[in-house]
Design a protein around this ligand. Structure first.
Ligand code: ATP
Length: 360
């Protein structure tokens, strides 16, 4: 019950077909008040369509949208207390910063003094005070983005939708703006739904994640849970996992190409796939013999990655081997050389069994 009270947005059974293409298939989604939910997925999976249905810019073929318990499915966009920041920012080119931000308030016939105060407050919150008279073409990408945010937030929406809001920014600025956006969201407590295909953006900004593929949500959970324990192969690989290997139950252990493994989080299957993140693998001088989770490997390659080494390890020493290497991110092992034999340990706590689903 408490949870229901805390829900800001609830989408239930949303489906949408364009011609004969099923863009959304029975999508359920909920976002708690004051949280940031990110919808992450490859191009064309239906993210923008879902956002447009929430905003009222597109009508679903089936399903309902609730905002704070109110059924808004049939409300036009203008009746929904929801604002959207688009990828392109969509600022009015002929209006200065002040007028761009004031536009919505003026349309609602807000008193002039109130407009001046509200616009001033929100511009200082996004650190754009002093630039009120500039026109969009006189602003940098980051500044345009902040004006677009101010314009959306000045109306105090119950929900802010952000459709790839950073995609026009370069990598360095993007990280900075992401941090600013996070701070702003925390200060205002507005519920955000963010659409992106950038997994780092999702990691930095969101409390919860919905990973989509082909019109369906295939994993939903806290950002930490989804990133550390993806349910299936699609999510794992989409999040950048490379160390996936086959395993089959053998008594209390699991047989793998690297030897027997003890797995803390017991798989629900007898045969399936296990994942380990490169940061979690331990490198030692020698493997403990006869112990599960320990084995020997050769270093096929070592690459300095800025704050440690990326090691590519193979069981077979030959250079022409077709074996898929194990990637290890080693922080304190700078003396390791290519060709060297090392002991490898896969800690049982960090072995992630993937669900035995179709996506496996
Ligand atoms: P991207 O990350 O590339 O923006 P997306 O996940 O946001 O992709 P959508 O824009 O939601 O994807 O599109 C989902 C699917 O629906 C795509 O195959 C797209 O071509 C199709 N689609 C979207 N809008 C329409 C439309 N108005 N008419 C026909 N097909 C559409």
């Amino acid at each position: 019950m408490t949870d229901q009270i805390n829900v800001a947005l609830l989408c239930s059974g949303i489906s949408k077909t364009f011609g004969n293409h099923r863009a959304l298939i029975d999508v359920d989604l909920s976002v708690r008040k004051g949280e940031v939910l990110t919808i992450l997925g490859p191009s064309g999976c239906g993210k923008t369509t879902l956002l447009r249905i929430i905003a009222g810019l597109e009508l679903a073929d089936a399903g309902q949208v609730f905002l704070n318990d109110e059924d808004i499915t049939r409300y036009p966009a203008s009746r929904r207390p929801i604002n959207t920041v688009f990828q392109s920012y969509a600022l009015f080119p002929h209006l200065d910063v002040f007028s761009n931000v004031a536009f919505g308030l003026q349309a609602k016939k807000t008193a002039k003094s109130k407009i001046t105060q509200k616009v001033g407050d929100i511009l200082s919150l996004v650190r754009m005070d002093g630039l009120e008279k500039r026109f969009p073409h006189q602003l940098s990408g980051g500044q345009k983005q902040r004006v677009a945010l101010a314009r959306a937030l000045v109306n105090e929406p119950k929900l802010l939708l952000l459709d790839e809001p950073m995609s026009a920014l370069d990598a360095h600025l993007r990280t900075k703006v992401q941090d600013e956006l996070r701070a702003l969201q925390k200060e205002l407590g507005t519920t955000f739904v963010l659409v992106t295909h950038d997994q780092n953006e999702a990691k930095r900004l969101s409390n919860h994640l919905a990973v989509m593929n082909e019109g369906q949500i295939i994993q939903f959970g806290t950002t930490e849970k989804v990133f550390t324990k993806p349910d299936n192969k699609f999510v794992a690989e989409f999040l950048g996992a490379t160390n996936l290997f086959e395993a089959s139950r053998d008594g209390a252990l699991y047989r793998t190409r690297y030897g027997p493994m003890d797995v803390t989080d017991k798989p629900v299957w007898d045969e399936g796939k296990i994942l380990i993140w490169p940061e979690r693998i331990e490198i030692h001088e020698k493997a403990k013999t006869g112990e599960p989770n320990w084995f020997s490997c050769y270093v096929r390659d070592r690459v300095f990655n800025g704050d440690g080494l990326d090691l590519l390890l193979v069981k077979d020493a030959g250079n022409d081997s077709l074996e898929k290497p194990i990637l290890v991110k080693a922080r304190n092992s700078f003396d390791i050389q290519s060709g060297q034999e090392v002991g490898v340990y896969f800690p049982p706590d960090y072995l992630v069994p993937l669900e035995n689903r179709a996506q496996n």
